[in-house]
Design a protein around this ligand. Structure first.
Ligand code: GRF
Length: 194
């Protein structure tokens, strides 16, 4: 039986697209049964809708607590009955209770333990320009608790800087790796869970 995936997004959805494409081509024995965004009008929306996937926008109320938002989020996701909830560019820290409710995978554009939080790619690039690092990378990990971009790593891959890299060229290579790794991680976790 194919795996039921729900994908949470906050942006353009290129990683969502990679997952949709992998399901469509048979690379993944899985189906994206729902996509939920925490922002209105983002690029991920049309990608989900064009693929005929149930798409929902759930924006936080003004000054809403994380606990209240995550309770509504869990309620919105539950009817989709996901085996795995994939955080593909999801820009919110989830509460511990939410993390206990679903099997979660998070994509982070840095190596394990490095550059947690937002703007990881730009911070790594600045670190390289300052001579502090020679490589960064991508990881996909499980999310057992509220830790920011931490948790058991499912897959990771080094992305070296290249002479003359500007942020755009580096970002482009990072995205290519992300799109492959998010699919690999889902495949691997699916095997572990079956
Ligand atoms: C990715 O680089 C992801 O790692 C980061 O946000 C970006 C989302 O890109 N946290 P997209 O929305 O999948 O195109």
């Amino acid at each position: 039986m194919s795996l039921r995936l729900v994908v949470l997004v906050s942006g353009g959805g290129s990683n969502l697209q990679a997952i949709i494409d992998a399901c469509g081509s048979g690379r993944l024995d899985a189906e994206v049964v729902g996509v939920l965004a925490n922002r209105e009008g983002i690029g991920a929306g049309p990608r989900a809708q064009e693929a005929g996937i149930d798409y929902r926008e759930l924006t936080p109320y003004v000054a809403e607590s994380r606990y209240s938002y995550d309770a509504r989020l869990a309620e919105a996701i539950a009817p989709w009955r996901p085996d795995i909830v994939v955080l593909a560019g999801w820009m919110r820290v989830l509460t511990a209770e939410f993390c206990r409710t679903f099997e979660l995978l998070n994509l982070h554009p840095a190596l394990p333990g490095e550059f947690p939080g937002i703007n990881a790619v730009a911070r790594a690039h600045a670190g390289w320009r300052a001579g502090e690092i020679t490589e960064s990378g991508v990881m996909v990990h499980r999310v057992p608790d509220e830790g920011v971009d931490s948790g058991p790593v499912v897959v990771s891959e080094v992305v070296p800087f290249e002479p003359g890299d500007d942020l755009k060229t580096f970002e482009r290579r990072m995205h290519t790796v992300e799109h492959r790794l998010i699919v690999e991680a889902i495949d691997q976790l699916a095997k572990e869970l079956s």
